[in-house]
Write a protein that binds this ligand. Structure first.
Ligand code: GAP
Length: 482
């Protein structure tokens, strides 16, 4: 599919063709089962994708050169939001716990890692060519018919390894081959002994990591749902083998609750247990947290009981002992691993879809992103009521006070009503407006995105009041409306 570089259209009616050519990818993934009676339409998908481009969340990568298939750049607001999604995960998985430590392993590593992990031999998808239209597909997604031209004249399936290959140094021969990591997980297994020793840890304990991963997907698509470069947030939680089932259940509940806590409603989430034949080669049991995307249920995160597969495999290939030994008791074992593995970019998309809403304020239609305040790109917009110069110094002073504690946007363009709508559309939970009374009474108006209610608050109390608001549990007004 070629990607054209025309200017994105404004009104929604013009967007569909543009969205098709830029974002949808080659196909909607038929491996994703559709939700019976799904209320969430493809129109919603188009609206979110359009908003992402129009308001600077996500752009097609290198668009001025026509883009590159299913690759995206995160714009000013998308960068902030993605960072917030990762921070929310980090706080829950590392900061708020006393049994998880951090790691940031290299993307390029010794290729023996991928030999031991099984990725070189088995990280493949079955690739077929359509002899009629020359398109390539994942055979497990299409069956025996080409989705592009309807032909049944397909080649036999052959395994296609999803790892991107490169060379380390200037000589491009077999001895210098390296791979871009297809998951962050292996960095945690190969550093198991370093981390446990240096931090004096005893199972149960976890190692958490976030970062880019790369997979040469045959059919990327559905916007940032499946891309070739994406971000992961993974925890490897090492436990005594006998405790693995208990910890697996624990992490399934924890992770499901995390999505709820950050605003995804119950009806859009489910936990799906993998059938035996679906399990990866390392897994004794996997459950996926799934989200009701507009096209059907799709995985946000897999929570696997990886047993002792990885530590044993790396011990065998490296010759190093990767086990826990308690000198005091003489206890020795290879820990089992429970792995909650989430995609940050995919999760950000789910939060956007879930937050998208339209309602009416004062008889006027508005688009509002009902994002959890911690996930919204900006927590506060600071607005002078008018562009009159008398208001500028105090508004800038208020901005100066707030921006050391919160991510703020300053906006003095257009009417105040238009500026509120702009902030609603990008999910800013609070607007702080400086008006002519502020010059006299040292107070400002604070407007709530969801209720549109306004309160007068003294400038001297603002930081404390906003911090108090942000510390409250989030409740989506749509849940109480239903
Ligand atoms: N270490 C285990 C592992 O990587 P996975 O299910 O292959 O498991 C974990 O990946 C998560 O990473 C997925 O649930 C998904 O959210 C995200 N992910 C995987 N492939 C992706 C892709 N091509 N594009 C975007 N996100 C992806």
């Amino acid at each position: 599919m070629s990607v054209s570089s025309e200017t994105p259209p404004g009104p929604l009616t013009e967007t569909n063709q543009w969205i098709d050519s830029h974002y949808r990818g080659d196909m909607e993934d038929p491996s994703i089962t559709t939700i019976p009676g799904a209320a969430r339409s493809s129109e919603l998908f188009d609206q979110v994708v359009n908003l992402c481009k129009r308001r600077g969340f996500v752009f097609p990568s290198a668009e001025i050169y026509g883009g590159i298939r299913s690759t995206y750049d995160y714009g000013p607001l998308g960068t902030l939001m993605l960072r917030n999604v990762k921070d929310a995960w980090w706080r829950a998985m590392v900061q708020e716990r006393d049994d998880v430590v951090a790691l940031d392993a290299a993307i390029l590593t010794n290729p023996k890692v991928w030999e031991a992990s099984g990725h070189l031999a088995t990280f493949t998808d079955p690739l077929v060519d359509c002899r009629n239209c020359k398109e390539r597909w994942r055979q497990d997604q299409i069956g025996d018919t080409c989705p592009n031209c309807g032909s049944k004249d397909l080649t036999d399936a052959r395994p296609f390894n999803l790892m991107f290959k490169t060379f380390v140094g200037p000589i491009e021969d077999d001895s210098n081959v390296a791979y871009l990591r297809p998951e962050t997980a292996q960095g945690m297994f190969v550093n198991f002994a370093n981390v446990m020793g240096s931090m004096r840890l005893k199972p149960p304990f976890g190692i958490a990591q976030q970062g880019r991963s790369f997979r040469n997907e045959i059919t990327p698509g559905n916007f940032v749902f499946r891309t070739r470069e994406f971000e992961q947030m993974e925890l490897e939680f090492f436990v005594p083998p006998k405790d693995a089932p208990k910890w697996h259940e624990y992490w399934c509940n924890e992770r499901l609750n995390w999505y709820r806590r950050f605003g995804i409603s119950e009806s859009l989430l489910r936990l799906r247990v993998h059938e035996k034949e679906e399990l990866s080669h390392y897994s004794a049991g996997t459950s996926d947290v799934e989200f009701a995307f507009p096209w059907g249920w799709g995985e946000l995160e897999g929570i696997a009981n990886r047993t002792d597969f990885d530590l044993k495999a790396h011990a065998a290939h490296s010759g190093e002992k990767l086990e826990y030994f308690d000198q005091a008791t003489g206890e020795r074992y290879v820990p089992y691993v429970i792995e909650p593995a989430a995609g940050a970019t995919r999760t950000m998309m789910a939060f956007l879809i879930s937050a998208y809403d339209e309602d009416e304020v004062g008889g006027e239609k508005r688009t509002v992103l009902r994002l959890h305040p911690h996930l919204a790109p900006y927590q506060v917009a600071v607005l002078p009521l008018s562009k009159k110069e008398t208001l500028t110094p105090l508004t800038k002073e208020v901005l100066g006070i707030l921006k050391t504690s919160f991510m703020c946007e300053y906006d003095d363009t257009q009417s105040i009503g238009r500026r509120y709508r702009r902030q609603d559309e990008i999910g800013t939970p609070l607007c702080v407006t400086v008006d002519f009374d502020s010059l006299e009474d040292g107070a400002v108006t604070v407007r709530d995105r969801d209720t549109t209610e306004q309160q007068r608050i003294a400038i001297s109390d603002l930081v404390g009041e906003i911090a108090g608001y942000l510390a409250q549990p989030f409740s989506d007004p749509r849940t109480s409306r239903n």
